[in-house]
Write a protein that binds this ligand. Structure first.
Ligand SMILES: Cc1cc2nc3c(=O)[nH]c(=O)nc-3n(C[C@H](O)[C@H](O)[C@H](O)COP(=O)(O)O)c2cc1C
Length: 295
């Protein structure tokens, strides 16, 4: 796509920072001023780094508005503070019976939008459910949908169909993990009336994206991760839910009530609420491996 770059010659000092920072080498310095390299313009990622690095506000890229480039305040916490904050995070599944104010949900969505978003056009969106009746209806649909799935996998023919339609990896995940969990969740509801899917949380964020946009799943996951950390910074607790998306995406009649188009796929859910309990200990887990290719 061709794109116009406006360089204000009065403001540009030709320091070349925009040239140096551009990941696609779209800019150059000519006669002491920045300008676009015509044949490279189509490679622009619209990342806006040229505008962010220019202290003189000399450059503007078509499709990006200067209003979307607020001046940065420098953070004041140390790496140790940040790691302490990360260590404090746990998946919260027991919540106070207290709604999450919408201004906090808005704030979470705003902070989440600071995540790296992959390649434009960005299609990651968030759908917020924060009314008890909507959350209860979804929990009931999850019980019903997964109940049906449990019945289907008992039938060898239907099991084969699922395997062919969804692939061997999905079938493996179902056999080793999902089926056991949903069986227990449905049983828990039957016996004790407890919601093992959404845990009675007062809010659920569903991160969805258009499946034709490049790396849409990775982008939506990162946005959800930022949302999770912002929620924690606001004194809220969260749990990432992968149990919700497959059902909304695949069960007939589930997508329409949520206003999802046929190419919109829910990537991940995040329940949010005020934690009932406080943890006094962290947990030290190890990645499966940390290796340097060369010692
Ligand atoms: C991709 C992903 C999907 C998850 N899906 C679920 C889920 O569907 N239900 C649930 O209760 N927890 C889910 N979790 C939360 C994990 O179970 C949780 O992170 C794990 O128990 C570790 O505990 P911690 O988050 O407290 O450190 C998910 C976590 C991740 C990263």
């Amino acid at each position: 796509m061709t794109r116009a770059y406006k360089v204000d010659a009065k403001l540009c000092r030709g320091d070349g920072l925009c040239v140096a920072v551009c990941p696609k080498k779209v800019l150059e310095i000519a006669d002491g001023k920045a300008r676009a390299v015509e044949r490279r313009v189509r490679h622009c990622l619209l990342c806006g780094q040229c505008m962010a690095v220019c202290i003189h506000d000399a450059i503007e890229v078509e499709g990006l508005s200067r209003a979307d480039f607020p001046l940065l305040r420098r953070h004041t916490f140390t790496a140790e503070d940040f790691e302490t904050f990360l260590a404090e995070r746990r998946s919260v599944r027991t919540f106070k019976d207290q709604p999450v104010p919408r201004e906090l949900l808005d704030r979470i969505a705003r902070a989440a939008s600071l995540a790296p978003m992959g390649f434009p056009p960005h299609t990651t969106s968030v759908l917020v459910l924060d009314r008890r009746e909507d959350l209860d209806r979804l929990a009931a649909d999850l019980r019903k949908g997964y109940g049906k799935l449990l019945e289907m996998v008992r039938n060898p023919f239907l099991r084969l169909i699922i395997r062919l339609k969804r692939g061997a990896e999905t079938m493996h995940a179902m056999r080793t993990h999902v089926l056991r969990i949903v069986e227990e969740d449905n049983e828990r509801f039957r016996e004790r009336g407890e919601d093992g899917y959404l845990y009675g949380a007062p809010a659920l964020l569903l991160f969805h994206a258009n499946r034709w946009s490049v790396a849409y799943q990775e982008s939506a996951m990162l946005v959800a991760a930022y949302a999770m950390l912002e929620a924690q910074a606001l004194g809220l607790g969260t749990t990432v839910l992968s149990i919700v998306p497959p059902l909304i995406n695949n069960m007939p009649g589930m997508r329409e009530p949520y206003g999802l188009g046929q190419d919109d796929f829910v990537v991940v859910g995040l329940i949010v609420g005020y934690p009932q309990y406080k943890y006094h200990r962290s947990i030290e887990r190890k990645l499966a491996a940390v290796r340097y290719l060369r010692p």
